[in-house]
Design a protein around this ligand. Structure first.
Ligand code: ADE
Length: 225
């Protein structure tokens, strides 16, 4: 899978995507992340990418031309399944969206900055608008990193234990059960006996029960689905 990210602040993206599982996914050739510095497509000698709003109002708007030139260039090179815009007024991002996006070949993610992008970019190029939560960030980069991480780990072969992504919280609209590792007794805080029993059937049943219990207590809205 290839993900092209368009950003005015590309340095914000480099670190979160070059460690741990995301780096391994790229090293294995399963995920290619290409970060484009929008400034390189800026207009004139100052490489301008933003300007004042028509009609007045505070805050700069990202101009249509640099983004358009870059998106057209990318689209001439390969077919894209989605051109996503990160924005607080987009669709609220959930695990089901990550599952869907992880099946795609090529996607573009456009990160908004300042006030956001000229509406014509959204009208002409954007196929999906995503928000990572009901709060406003300084730009779309952190959201884009969230997207890439959540999608990348679902690509077959990325996680060492291929089954483990299926048991993540939210995969069945249930939160994950508690987990433990050694030692079995730490200053009197003990691991539940059942997990030491070796009885796979009972352990699975216990995990299911704990998942339901945790979901009921913390996220009852998920059980309505
Ligand atoms: N850009 C600014 N705020 C955002 C949010 N909540 N989600 C996605 N992109 C954003």
């Amino acid at each position: 899978m290839r993900i092209d990210i368009i950003s005015a602040v590309p340095d914000l993206l480099a670190s979160p995507l070059s460690h741990s599982i995301m780096q391994r996914a790229q090293d294995k050739g399963l995920l290619e992340v290409v970060i484009h510095n929008l400034r390189e497509y800026g207009i004139g000698k100052h490489r301008q990418i933003d300007d004042y709003q028509y009609g007045g109002g505070a805050g700069l708007v990202m101009m249509i031309e640099p983004i358009s030139i870059l998106i057209e260039k990318l689209k001439a090179q390969r077919a894209y399944d989605e051109v996503i815009y990160m924005t607080p007024d987009g669709q609220l991002y959930e695990q089901s969206h990550a599952n869907e996006l992880s099946t795609y070949e090529n996607i573009i993610i456009l990160c908004g900055h300042y006030k956001g992008v000229d509406q014509r970019i959204r009208d002409i190029y954007i196929t999906r608008e995503i928000s990572i939560g009901s709060y406003v960030l300084s730009g779309g980069e952190l959201g884009a990193a969230v997207l890439v991480d959540s999608i990348g780990r679902l690509i077959p072969g990325v996680l060492n234990d291929g089954s483990s992504a299926l048991f993540d919280s939210f995969q069945d609209d249930l939160l994950a059960p508690p987990i433990y590792t050694r030692p079995a007794n730490y200053k009197g805080a003990v691991v539940p006996d059942i997990l030491l029993s070796g009885d796979d059937g009972k352990i699975e049943q216990w995990r299911q029960e704990k998942s339901y219990q945790s979901t009921r207590e913390r996220r009852p809205d998920l059980l309505d689905n």
